[in-house]
Design a protein around this ligand. Structure first.
Ligand code: IPM
Ligand code: MG
Length: 358
């Protein structure tokens, strides 16, 4: 099986390297995964002038799965949108039609103390944000900055077609069926037509899943409910921009955004697997970033695209054990725990995987 490894920018390469270690360890007894690295984001722009070079896109399309780090830096934020590192990632998502972005939020019992929220609120949290990833205001046209009546006007277009909503709704109901059978759809139907259509289509699709309990929330209320009673939620399905914002907020339920993995899948369950945290250029190269989100993304890859659920279990168990042994990176550090750098945390997880493998 062939994996495209796109480390990208900032802390992307260093955390991805730890996920690669985990993949090597988990396959130690059998055939190894074939892994090929390629550049994306600013790392690619700096050498080729394009944040998604054609060679990288083709490698990603041919691979059985993509392990992705992060894209974008502070410098690239100053360039026009199409030349920014993050744009390379957006184009890859669109080009491969990776519309279903699963961001599981699981409160590890060992990390409850690392959250800024109170134990009573977050203990037992186990939810998934399913973010639509290839539509909405991210890709709608018209867009741009124009001059009108002597001043500049910025324009973006929120847009969803019925078929785009329908397919992500199906993905949401199916995910809920495999879990606690609750789906909460998030929109802003009290204000936006896009959301009115979204709500109507999700409700219609729901008729095909009588075993799943469907609820709707407005996005502003949802932001509040996520921190007030997050345990109530099982699967949350929402559009691209609402999902971007809500998933960062949901990350804090786990103690650190450094713990959050994600899977972006297309209709054939081929996909891109990336930590939710992004490039964090301020801590890049310092060996302090938390690699667990990347390692857990590799586990999602084993489960969702490579059909190796038992290997995925082993990687996840290894992460649990390392946390239980009291090892922490700086973002989740607590009194009495042992502080590890990025590389040493990757080694610790690989060691546990090896123990579980032999
Ligand atoms: C994310 C990120 C990206 C997004 C950026 C890097 C373009 O914030 O994956 O959540 O907005 O989708
Ligand atoms: Mg984001």
């Amino acid at each position: 099986m062939h994996i495209a490894v796109l480390g990208g920018d900032g802390i992307g390469p260093e955390v991805t390297a730890q996920a690669v270690k985990a993949l090597r360890a988990v396959a130690a007894n059998g055939p190894q995964f074939e892994m090929t690295e390629a550049k994306i984001g600013d790392a690619a722009y700096d050498t080729t002038g394009d944040p998604l070079p054609e060679a990288t896109a083709q490698l990603a399309e041919k691979a059985d799965a993509i392990l992705f780090g992060a894209a974008g830096t502070y410098e690239s934020d100053l360039r026009p949108p199409a030349q920014r590192g993050g744009h390379g990632l957006l184009r890859l998502r669109k080009r491969m039609d990776l519309f279903a972005n699963f961001r599981p939020v699981f409160a590890f019992p060992e990390l409850i103390g690392a959250s800024t929220l109170r134990r009573e609120a977050i203990e037992g949290v186990d939810l998934v944000v399913l973010r639509e990833l290839t539509g909405d205001i991210y890709f709608g046209t018209p867009r741009g900055i124009h001059v009108e009546n002597g001043e500049r006007v910025g324009i973006n277009t929120m847009r969803y077609s019925e078929s785009e909503v329908r397919r992500v709704a199906h993905a949401g109901f199916k995910a809920a069926q495999k879990r606690r059978k609750k789906l909460c759809s998030v929109d802003k139907a009290n204000v936006l037509e896009t959301s009115l259509l979204w709500r109507e289509v999700v409700t219609q699709v729901g008729l095909e899943y009588p075993d799943v309990e469907l609820k709707h929330e407005y996005v502003d209320a949802m932001a509040m409910l996520l921190v007030r009673k997050p345990r109530e939620f099982d699967v949350i399905v929402t559009g691209n921009i609402f999902g971007d914002i809500l998933s960062d907020a949901a990350a804090m339920l786990t103690g650190s955004i450094g713990m959050l993995p994600s899977a972006s899948l297309n209709a054939e369950s081929r996909g891109l697997f990336e930590p939710v945290h992004g490039s964090a250029p301020d801590i890049a190269g310092k060996d302090i970033a938390n690699p667990l989100a990347s390692i857990l993304s590799a586990a999602m890859m084993l489960r969702h695209s490579l059909n190796k659920p038992e290997m995925a279990d082993r990687v996840e168990s290894a992460v649990r054990r390392v946390l239980a042994e009291g090892y922490r990176t700086a973002d989740i550090m607590e009194e009495g725990a042992t502080l590890l750098g990025t590389d040493a945390m990757g080694d610790a997880v690989a060691r546990e995987i090896a123990r579980l493998t032999h």
